[in-house]
Design a binder for this molecule. Structure first.
Ligand code: KG4
Ligand code: ZN
Length: 396
């Protein structure tokens, strides 16, 4: 069964096509196409992601990606030249707010007819609503054109299941880790530009958020601190690079927010403010050189890591977790993952990290999340296109 997946929740436009099968009753996929266009450069000028700009870019990128994906699987058999009036009307209705997409998808239909694809998986939340709507409406349009169902999928579940893709997943006909080899329950620490959550994974598709940030997300804090240190958006990786050159410095101390709160809530807004005061202070002392910048970056990274580690280990203890997943954009941070690796080794439990290419937003992880839901619940996960909508604050 071939499935097309779409991700547009933030600043990556992404499309994949995978071939889903059952192997000893376990879900398995072969990745046929995996494409992404990052908008980072478009947003960098503005120092953050602008929803209206993201929407415009997704509208431009997604049709290109879908066309390219269909070309790649060589799926222009079964051509149908003319779009029926009924389908044309449906397209016009779906793209009420994006009328320029009507002729584009009409042309796609003329070029490719009904391709060999049996379902569409699309991120319907959480994320930036205007960005999500582009993906959702395009999925709805394809659902009408190709007469196939939609599996609306949660972006955060995608981050969790991103760890199921094996290294070199593009080359492997069986790209997924065997699900029954991942022992449950498991704790997932989701750290991205928009989220910081500790999730108890009791079973696949059975999640409970046990704690989250009450203000800024970890990635957001990294990006804001980067800005204070004179680094361009998205600054997370740059802070982390600078931190590697940082040294212990008794004048550079930052708080460990909520370290002793006794619960699983996080807060990074006060830490960000503490960095601001520290930087202002260092600047007035005319003491803001490259080494000091690295020292601040290091202390910031240490503070964040200490809090993440302490709360996550508490959760592992309390819930008897058999393993730890760290996913989301910030899981690309080496210091954080190495710190967790040491702790997991001590505990004798596995640490699951996404493949490097799966850390940021992508459509393959969305495909995996949708497929696992289909594998578990069957056709009841299919939703008629009329009932699929974007939900910016969708919960796990
Ligand atoms: O998951 P993601 O690609 O998008 C969201 O859904 O938010 O995460 C992006 C975030 C950005 O804030 C970026 O600065 C941060 O992940 N990030 C990092 C690193 N690489 C990416 N933060 C710290 N260290 C890194 N190496
Ligand atoms: Zn994400």
């Amino acid at each position: 069964m071939k499935i097309l997946s779409i991700e547009t929740s933030c600043d990556e436009s992404a499309v994949s096509i995978v071939d889903y099968s059952l192997e000893n009753n376990q879900p398995q996929i072969h990745v046929l196409v995996d494409l992404v266009i990052s908008q980072i450069e478009t947003h960098a000028e503005y120092g953050g992601v602008f929803p209206a700009l993201a929407k415009r870019e997704h509208k431009k990128n997604l049709p290109l990606l879908i066309t390219h994906a269909l070309e790649k699987i060589n799926s222009n058999n079964n051509k149908e030249q003319e779009l029926s009036q009924e389908k044309r009307d449906a397209l016009t209705h779906i793209f009420e707010r994006e009328p320029e997409l009507v002729p584009i998808f009409q042309k796609l239909y003329e070029d490719f007819g009904t391709p060999d694809i049996q379902a569409i998986i699309v991120t319907h939340g959480p994320g930036l609503a205007p960005a999500l709507w582009v993906g959702v409406n395009i999925a709805r349009a394809l659902s009408v054109l190709w007469n196939i169902p939609i599996i609306p999928t949660n972006h955060m579940e995608g981050h969790i299941t991103s760890i199921l893709l094996q290294p070199n997943y593009l080359e492997k006909p069986k790209a997924l880790v065997q699900l029954d080899q991942v022992k449950l329950p498991i704790i997932a620490l989701l750290i991205s530009g928009g989220h910081t959550q500790l999730v108890l994974v009791r079973d696949w598709c059975d999640y409970e958020i046990i704690g989250e940030t009450i203000d800024d997300a970890v990635g957001e804090a990294f990006d804001k601190v980067a800005r204070m240190l004179g680094m361009e958006y998205p600054g997370g990786p740059k802070v982390s690079k600078a931190a590697q050159q940082g040294q212990e410095n008794e004048h550079i101390r930052l708080p460990r927010p909520m370290l002793h709160s006794g619960d699983y809530r996080f807060s990074f807004s006060g830490l960000k403010t503490a960095v601001r005061y520290l930087v202002e202070d260092l600047k007035t002392q005319d003491n803001f050189n490259e080494q000091i910048i690295s020292d601040v970056a290091r202390e910031f990274e240490h503070s964040v890591t200490e809090v993440l580690v302490k709360k996550t280990l508490k959760a592992i203890d309390e819930y008897g977790a058999q393993g730890l997943i760290i996913a989301g954009g910030v899981s690309a941070n080496k210091y954080i993952t190495e710190s967790f690796q040491k702790e997991c080794d001590n505990y004798g439990i596995p640490l699951y990290l996404p493949d490097r290419a799966m850390c940021g937003d992508n459509s393959l992880m969305i495909a995996v999340a949708g497929i696992i839901n289909y594998w578990k619940h069957g056709e009841q996960v299919f939703v008629d296109q009329e009932h699929v909508s974007a939900i910016g604050n969708l919960k796990l």
